[in-house]
Structure formats: structure tokens, C-alpha cells
Design a protein around this ligand. Structure first.
Ligand code: AVJ
Length: 340
């Protein structure tokens, strides 16, 4: 199969991840009280570049922990997949750096698979596919620029094929509790019984350590959040002065999540030309930008059971900061062995 990169375009304008939805979501988010903006809009070209920088920050332990886990478990994962062709589908692939360890192992072990990285950022997918071509010219791959739900549609349309779905990096942490359950049910619905799902969960740990990961000394995370306002300026003709907002994040013990905000440093009005709107901010008024959920291991196991999966393997880094949980679609009674 020739490797290719293509953009999955939705025919339905209502769900197209283009400027129109962005415009609507900005109006919606900045007119409600309290104000908020969906974190998926972080990831334009500039935002994806900033996130890539975050993954290399000394404080941001998540990416390094997960790399360690994938490195240490790559042979076992390959062994579970031996025997027949499958799709390796990655939701929110980004620069795909952690995944390359798995690709290398799978190729070395002669596994027959097609790598399907999916990301909301077109530039990220193009760079990733270009990079893969250089490393492994003959690796079958199909990059998709798409949101998660479109990625699930891609899976549903190929029901006869075997899959391992990767949902790494604690990307799942951006969902609300309810949203996450709906999403996992939908993933289950798009998979065949016996298919595998590998999800990365950032675990609850020392709170200052968690908070530092979202408040780095170089201020990259602040830039990453402020890029949302720059993006409104760039794409929708806004006049946000980003020096009049400051980034704030903190761990909420009751939610078990880091909550991030941009806080207006004064009373101000911001105009957004292409929306024909202006937005009023009070001094100290926050825009909620992101939730990054942290998990207890027991919650992860319960979540798998509640959404139609069986936990096959729990993989942690040495320090026990991060968990990659391997699930198999189907309930234990119906699955033949630990892995079909
Ligand atoms: C990509 C959603 C997993 O929540 O840790 C990093 C994004 N935000 N620093 C996270 C992020 C601030 C990241 N996820």
C-alpha cells in the first residue's frame, strides 16, 4: 500500500474543524459566564510547536515517563500483536516521538501493520509523515488531519480489520468526567471485540510536582496558553493585547485535575473584527482554558469495566508517576484468553 498523507475533510460544515466552528466556539466561550475556550484550539501550527517544546521541559515529566514505559514494554506489546495484519491508529499523535519506539520494535519483529496517526494539526501530521518516510521508506502509513470523533469514524468504516488504538500522553485528561465516558463508549463501538486500546493516564502524585509541570520556569506553558489569544487575533482579526492577560494554573484536589486560566489584568474591551463583536473583561476575570485530569489507578480499572473493556496490562514508569493501561475490547467472560 502506498504511504500517503491526506486531510480528512468533513462534508458537513457544522462539524468541520475550520474557522467557522472556531468563530462559533469563541463567541460561545467568551459570552458565557464564567468565560472559557476549548483547549483543542491550542493546537494550530504555533501551538503544536509550543507543545512540542513543553514535552522537553525539565518540569514536564509526562512525556519522559511514557517514553520510558513504551521503551520497557515494547517487546511484550509486539508479542501481543503477532499474527495477522492490523492498524496502529494513534489519536492526537502530535510529533509521534514516543511512538517511534513502538514502530521500530514492530518493524524489527516483522509485524504486518499500517500506522495511522491522527491529529487536529495539519502541519504536525505532514511533518510526522515526512519524518517517517525518512526513517522507514516502506512503512505503510496514512496520516489524517482530524478530530477524535472523525478518527473513530475512520475506524468504524474498517470494521473487518484488527486494531491497536493509541491514546497516549494523558490526552484523555482534557475530557470532562462525562465526556470521557461518552468518548470511551464511542471508541468501544468503533472497535471489534478483541481489539486493543492503549491509554496514557497521568497518576495522582505529589501535588507541587504536578503543579510545576504546568507552571514551568521558562514560561513556555504560559506562551502555549496565550497562543489561544494570538490565534484569535490571527484567524479572526482580534485585538487581544496578550500582555494584559496572565497565565494561572493550579491543581484542584477535589476535581483531581490541573485547571488552567488566562486572567485579565485590568478592565478592558477586546474587539474581534471577523466576529463583529467586542468582549468585555473585568479586572481579574478568568478565561478557563484547560483541564488536565490526574487519575487513581483504581479509577482507571473501573473506567475500563464501565465502558466495555477488559484491562490486559498495567504499565508504569519506575517512579510510578504515569500509567499506560492496555485494554481489550470486550468483557472478560466473552474474551477467550487474556488476549484473543
Ligand atoms: C496534551 C493534554 C496531555 O494536559 O498535560 C501541557 C497539554 N497543557 N501543558 C496536558 C498541556 C499544558 C497536555 N495534554
Amino acid at each position: 500500500m502506498p504511504a500517503q498523507s491526506r486531510v480528512l475533510r468533513s462534508v458537513d460544515k457544522e462539524i468541520c474543524p475550520g474557522d467557522e466552528t472556531f468563530a462559533r466556539d469563541v463567541i460561545e466561550g467568551l459570552t458565557r459566564a464564567p468565560k472559557s475556550l476549548p483547549c483543542k484550539y491550542f493546537y494550530d501550527e504555533e501551538g503544536s510547536r509550543l507543545f512540542q517544546q513543553i514535552t522537553e521541559l525539565p518540569e514536564y515529566y509526562l512525556t519522559r515517563c511514557e517514553s520510558e514505559i513504551l521503551q520497557n514494554n515494547r517487546r511484550e506489546l509486539a508479542a501481543l500483536l503477532a499474527g495477522g495484519r492490523f492498524n496502529l491508529v494513534e489519536l492526537g499523535a502530535g510529533d509521534g516521538r514516543k511512538t517511534k519506539v513502538l514502530l521500530e520494535e514492530f518493524l524489527d519483529d516483522g509485524l504486518d501493520f499500517c500506522y495511522v496517526p491522527i491529529d487536529i494539526c495539519e502541519k504536525a501530521i505532514k511533518d510526522l509523515i515526512g519524518n517517517l518516510k525518512q526513517c522507514w521508506a516502506h512503512l505503510p502509513s496514512e496520516g489524517l488531519t482530524a478530530e477524535y470523533f472523525e478518527g473513530l469514524r475512520w475506524l468504524s468504516e474498517r470494521k473487518e480489520q484488527r486494531n491497536l488504538v493509541l491514546f497516549l500522553g494523558s490526552n484523555i485528561g482534557n475530557f470532562s468526567q462525562a465526556g470521557m465516558r461518552v468518548f470511551l463508549h464511542n471508541v468501544r463501538g468503533a472497535l471489534n471485540e478483541g481489539d486493543l486500546l492503549l491509554i496514557g493516564f497521568d497518576l495522582i502524585k505529589d501535588i507541587p510536582l504536578i503543579e510545576m509541570a504546568y507552571n514551568d520556569s521558562q514560561g513556555i506553558t504560559a506562551q502555549f496558553n496565550l497562543n489561544l489569544l494570538h490565534r484569535i487575533n490571527r484567524d479572526l482579526g482580534g485585538n487581544f493585547r496578550t500582555d494584559r492577560f496572565r497565565f494561572f494554573s493550579r491543581f484542584d484536589r477535589f476535581l483531581g485535575a490541573v485547571e488552567s486560566y488566562l486572567i485579565s489584568g485590568r478592565k478592558q474591551v477586546v474587539e474581534v473584527e471577523r466576529l463583529h463583536r467586542s468582549f468585555f473583561f473585568e479586572d481579574g476575570e478568568p478565561i478557563h482554558t484547560e483541564r488536565s485530569q490526574k487519575y487513581l489507578e483504581s479509577e482507571v480499572v473501573r473506567l475500563a469495566q464501565e465502558t466495555g473493556f477488559t484491562v490486559v496490562r498495567q504499565m508504569k514508569d519506575q517512579r510510578g508517576y504515569f500509567l499506560d493501561s492496555l485494554w481489550q475490547a470486550g468483557t472478560p467472560e466473552r474474551l477467550p484468553g487474556p488476549v484473543a
